[in-house]
Write a protein that binds this ligand. Structure first.
Ligand code: DGL
Length: 278
């Protein structure tokens, strides 16, 4: 059924990730476009995506898109770098609402920010292996060099809450040493979890290196895209209505605890769904 423009503006935005990491993207969206309703799905039963194959990540992502579409979402944000790298193209092929990944906005910002043309990307093994950041940045500027570094230990460190911790410091020093030697001036935080250890990463890289946060850039891009299409919600949802709803594929309590530790909103619950049914 065709929806009129009022219904479309009012429709929620679907946001998904492999688990809790996409909450950094959710957080930026709620800050930048506070009138929007959001349906968040975290695939907590099947996380991590970063060590899985393209085929598997694409299948998971397609199931989640089908689930989100049951809410008549007006747009979908793939709030996971790995899923954006591996599955975005396939998702775009048969999605009748606009769909946005986090990689392109991050790549665009980095291409604009760098002065010496030396950009570092830190991300999961899958995202680095896909070379997707390199591909997008090179499309914008052929004269830059991109250095990728997989940092798989950052995800469990963040999920353990070790955001300011000597262990995280030590691991970060080891991972980042080669990027410091390569004299990059821009570093893309190419994994959803990394903005949560931004201060550690910034301190180790030094103040001459600009950190690019794709979560922030994606929310900005989303805002612009909704405005261009006349789809921004102009009025805040009615009090008492569920502005933000959270769904996971496993362990809802753990998800809620983590969400409340990084988002000052008061998330009361998340519902568990059997995503394999979609
Ligand atoms: N959300 C993933 C990403 O941004 C990190 C966690 C995972 O490996 O699933 O790449």
């Amino acid at each position: 059924m065709e929806r009129n423009s009022g219904q479309l503006k009012n429709a929620p935005i679907g946001v998904f990730d492999s688990g809790v990491g996409g909450l950094t993207v959710f957080r930026e969206i709620m800050r930048q476009i506070p009138n929007e309703r959001i349906i968040y799905f975290g695939d907590t039963a099947r996380v991590p995506y970063g060590s899985k194959s393209q085929e598997t990540v694409t299948r998971f992502s397609e199931q989640i898109v089908r689930f989100l579409k049951t809410f008549q979402v007006k747009t979908i944000v793939v709030a996971c770098n790995t899923a954006s790298a591996y599955a975005l193209e396939a998702l775009e092929e048969d999605c009748d609402v606009p769909i946005l990944g986090v990689v392109k906005p991050g790549a665009k910002a980095a291409a604009e920010v760098t002065k010496n043309g030396r950009i570092g990307v830190i991300a999961t093994e899958a995202t680095i292996g896909s070379q997707i950041y390199t591909q997008y940045i090179k499309e914008l500027n052929r004269n830059v060099t991109i250095y990728g570094k997989a940092c798989p230990l950052f995800v469990p460190l963040v999920e353990e809450g070790l955001l300011q911790d000597p262990v995280t410091d030590e691991i970060a020093r080891r991972y980042l040493a080669e990027l410091i030697d390569l004299e990059i001036d821009t570093l893309i935080l190419g994994c959803t979890h990394y903005p949560l250890i931004r201060s550690t990463l910034g301190r180790i890289m030094g103040e001459k290196v600009a950190l690019v946060n794709p979560a922030y850039e994606t929310a900005l891009e989303l805002k612009g895209m909704l405005a261009d299409k006349g789809l921004l919600n102009q009025t805040p949802p009615a009090l008492g209505s569920d502005q933000y709803r959270f769904f996971v594929s496993d362990k809802a309590e753990k998800f809620v605890r983590f969400a409340n530790s990084i988002i000052k909103y008061g998330i009361l619950s998340a519902k568990t769904v059997n995503i394999e049914e979609y």
